[in-house]
Design a protein around this ligand. Structure first.
Ligand SMILES: *Cc1c(COP(=O)(O)O)cnc(C)c1O
Length: 391
């Protein structure tokens, strides 16, 4: 029975979700790998040939295919998306005591990677439509707190340099890259795209990853394609790409037998065995994207007549990969979110809220931030629903 004070029709929401899913599947995870192609063959080839570690043909092929698919000049594969962010921030010149603008609504890796450089995340609000960084709100904010001194963007309130804006494509929906890119130019900030969730997403007919000086992808087990664990750095700057690969590969100078490293490097290269999975997964990416879009459109239709919630659709200027489908509760039903999640989970639907906002995590609570009304609202009202490509 509905509680008398309840404004949310939980049964109708469950029905709307269930009607889009295969009837025979009782427990439905949020996002699972779909290993339906040449994964077994390619991994077996690694084992049979002894090429299991960080050099091998699959690493090269995977990088080449990623660059081809996204259209960037260089892609190189690393152990995970977090490592890709770390290297990108380093390459962008982020140093001890700098500030980096980071969305408050994001996965923790975005902010963690900033701290690996000794820098300080500075949290910014999101836009209601894209769920990514709000260019207008950020522009207003920067005009109040930032100024350009000797060509560098300085936070007047802290005296620190602001070096980079990391823009993240939430749930695969592209954020407004042109506006953010213009804003970065105005304030001499380097733009990095955290496209961890957005392989297969297009902004104005072009794959995401072209607007940032560097962009990163993730191939974690829950992402659109997986390599077990893995990530990649994308860039259109050949020279910087070579440099980034160098520091991600222990900064060793090429030589048949001498080990000479010209700076502190990282051991972040993706092993061949993971890349073998990646090559097989990429072959199926178009099919995954098609299926994910079909599921998203089913959800969209299904939620049209459900009161109190709306389906989070792709922004008009974009084509999303619909990595994670989401529904948004009306503001007056936000208090019922956790009750709804428990209700759905009791039926086997592994729905969950978006991430806890970064400024609410203990290690980031004292970091600088702008006013974050939209991220706060989204935090209390967003729910992710099952989105695997095989559903
Ligand atoms: C998954 C993800 C990452 C990190 O990727 P890993 O491969 O898990 O290290 C970074 N940012 C966002 C927004 C992500 O969703």
């Amino acid at each position: 029975m509905q509680h008398v004070n309840s404004k949310l029709d939980k049964a109708a929401i469950l029905k709307a979700i269930r009607s889009c899913l295969p009837a025979e599947q009782k427990n439905v995870e949020l996002h699972e790998p779909y290993l339906c192609g040449n994964e077994w063959n390619y991994v077996k080839e690694c084992l049979d040939t002894n090429w299991v570690s960080s050099v091998g043909k699959f690493v090269d092929v995977f990088e080449q295919k990623l660059a081809e698919y996204t259209g960037v000049k260089r892609a190189f594969a690393v152990v995970n998306g977090t490592a890709a962010l770390h290297i990108s921030l380093k390459m962008a010149g982020v140093d001890e005591g700098n500030e980096v603008l980071v969305p408050d609504l994001t996965f923790v890796a975005t902010a963690n990677a900033v701290t690996y450089c000794g820098a300080i995340p500075h949290f910014v609000d999101c836009d209601e439509m894209t769920l990514g960084v709000d260019p207008k709100a950020l522009s207003d904010y920067l005009s109040r707190i930032a100024e350009i001194r000797d060509g560098e963007c300085i936070n007047r309130e802290t005296g620190r340099k602001i070096k980079v804006l990391v823009a993240m494509h939430t749930f695969g929906h592209p954020c407004d890259l042109e506006k953010l890119s213009d804003l970065c130019k105005k304030y001499n900030l380097i733009l990095i795209e955290d496209a961890a969730e957005a392989l297969g997403s297009f902004y104005k007919n072009r794959h995401v990853g072209h607007w940032g000086k560097f962009s990163i992808l993730s191939f974690n087990g829950n992402k659109t394609i997986t390599t077990g664990g893995g990530g990649a750095i994308l860039t259109n700057d050949e020279k910087l790409g070579v440099r980034a690969k160098h520091i991600a590969t222990t900064a060793k100078l090429p030589h048949p037998f001498i080990f000479f490293h010209d700076q502190i490097g990282y051991n972040y290269r993706m092993p061949n065995i993971n890349a073998a999975l990646g090559v097989a997964q990429l072959e199926n990416l178009p099919r995954f994207l098609e299926r994910k879009r079909v599921l998203a459109m089913r959800y969209k239709k299904s939620f049209q007549d459900v009161a109190g919630v709306r389906f989070v659709d792709e922004p008009g200027f974009s084509k999303s990969n619909f990595w994670l489908n989401a529904i948004l509760l009306d503001a007056d039903t936000a208090a019922e979110r956790d009750g709804l999640l428990e209700y759905l989970r009791a039926d086997g639907i592994k729905a969950r809220p978006a991430w806890t906002l970064m400024h609410k995590l203990p290690m980031f609570q004292d970091c600088p931030r702008m006013e974050i009304p939209m991220a706060e609202a989204m935090d209390s009202r967003l729910i992710n629903i099952p989105s695997s490509a095989f559903l």
